[in-house]
Design a protein around this ligand. Structure first.
Ligand code: IMP
Ligand code: MG
Length: 178
């Protein structure tokens, strides 16, 4: 275990088994359809790579860079796109993939934005869902695991851009947070 990790919340086996279940569920839901899987960079990279390899429907992998501005306590904000998807989403099914649903602001804004661009449908899949009170009413369509309200790292999640490579999800030690 990495010395900056206090506790492992989800190990590699737990991650792999849940990703396989999600892949099966998503494949069944999009059976006979084509979906554009849009990875929210950078945190959702490992999850997206694992998830799309468990998808049996037609899937086109794309990515988006976004940072949201606004308060978690209001259900509106502005999302700044730092990297545009390559695909034109108009008239097509879109699945946004993210690492963690925290305030929910980023994903809810991305969903609205992609709907405004004319997508036929926009769903979201988050690996982790923090069990917190939210002002945002939007709920992701697919959730890997519910987790307590702790700052977690690994499996794509970072602290100061580090620890994304850890193969598990862990709680960071307070002394590693500067
Ligand atoms: P929100 O749902 O708009 O608040 O933003 C979610 C984003 O915040 C995620 O995609 C992560 O980049 C980041 N984030 C939230 N909680 C954590 C955490 O516990 N560890 C690492 N990043 C986090
Ligand atoms: Mg992120």
């Amino acid at each position: 275990m990495h010395p900056d990790v206090k506790e492992i919340l989800l190990n590699e086996e737990q991650i792999a088994s849940r990703v396989a279940e999600l892949g099966a569920q998503i494949s069944a839901d999009y059976a006979g359809e084509e979906v554009i899987a849009i990875c929210a960079l950078n945190g959702a990279m490992p999850f997206t790579c694992d998830l799309v390899r468990k998808m049996e429907c037609d899937v086109i992998v794309d990515s988006i860079g976004a940072s949201s501005y606004g308060s978690a306590t209001v259900s509106s904000g502005v999302v700044k796109i730092t990297k545009e998807p390559k695909q034109d989403v108009a008239g097509r099914h879109v699945l946004i993939i993210d690492d963690v649903f925290d305030s929910g602001l980023t994903i809810s804004l991305l969903v609205d934005m992609l709907k405004d661009r004319g997508a036929k449908s926009v769903k979201s899949c988050v690996f982790l869902n923090k069990q917190i009170e939210r002002k945002v009413t939007y709920k992701p369509d697919y959730i890997g695991y519910d987790i307590p309200d702790a700052f977690v790292i690994g499996y794509g999640l970072d602290y100061a851009e580090k620890y994304r490579q850890l193969p598990y999800v862990g709680v960071i030690k307070p002394e590693a947070v500067k």
